[in-house]
Design a protein around this ligand. Structure first.
Ligand SMILES: [Zn+2]
Length: 174
């Protein structure tokens, strides 16, 4: 296993054993870097493609194909093992097949979502205030008072504020 590990490292570091340690933290998040050292009989078969022994079944000949595609690694066992079984057999999970752990992707997403929710909350407060203006106008009308020019202008203003606020609130709820 140590021998295979060394071979895997050789593939990664192009013969410079210390290279992986001098790289930044992002490099250590690479899916290939996580997976390849854990596989036996690893052999580079092309640019970003490897063959190795499948860890999920008793594999005499390397029947596991590994391919780097964009920011992830595809694994395929020609004997038919599931990708989830293959990664589990070497102590990884499917999310480890992505260059960065999924947690890294979640952070900015939830940040964006929180931003949308706070915009939505602001929009809902604006809706509440503008609806109050409309209700006041309705009360005036119901009491038999007419609406002044200023009242009418304010009602149109309320309408102009409610429309975009509703859109923002709807966007935040998605
Ligand atoms: Zn297999």
């Amino acid at each position: 296993m140590t021998h295979d590990k060394e071979k895997a490292r050789g593939v990664q570091a192009s013969g410079l054993p210390n290279k992986r340690f001098s790289k930044d933290a992002h490099h250590n998040c690479s899916a290939v870097d996580r997976l390849l050292p854990r596989l036996g009989k690893l052999k580079e078969t092309g640019a970003g493609t490897w063959m190795a022994s499948c860890p999920a079944h008793d594999d005499r000949r390397p029947s596991l194909s590994i391919k780097q595609v964009d920011d992830r690694v595809l694994v395929h066992c020609f004997a038919g093992c599931d990708a989830s079984d293959i990664v589990a057999a070497v102590g990884l999970s499917l999310s480890d097949l992505f260059d960065e752990p999924l947690a890294h992707h979640r952070t900015p997403l939830s940040e964006a979502r929180r931003m949308r929710y706070s915009q939505a909350a602001e929009a809902l407060r604006a809706l509440r205030d503008e609806v109050f203006v409309v209700v006041l106008a309705a009360d005036r009308l119901a009491a038999g008072h007419g609406l002044s020019g200023n009242d009418l202008t304010r009602l149109h203003q309320a309408h102009g504020r409610i429309m975009p606020a509703a859109d923002i609130a709807a966007g935040g709820a998605q």
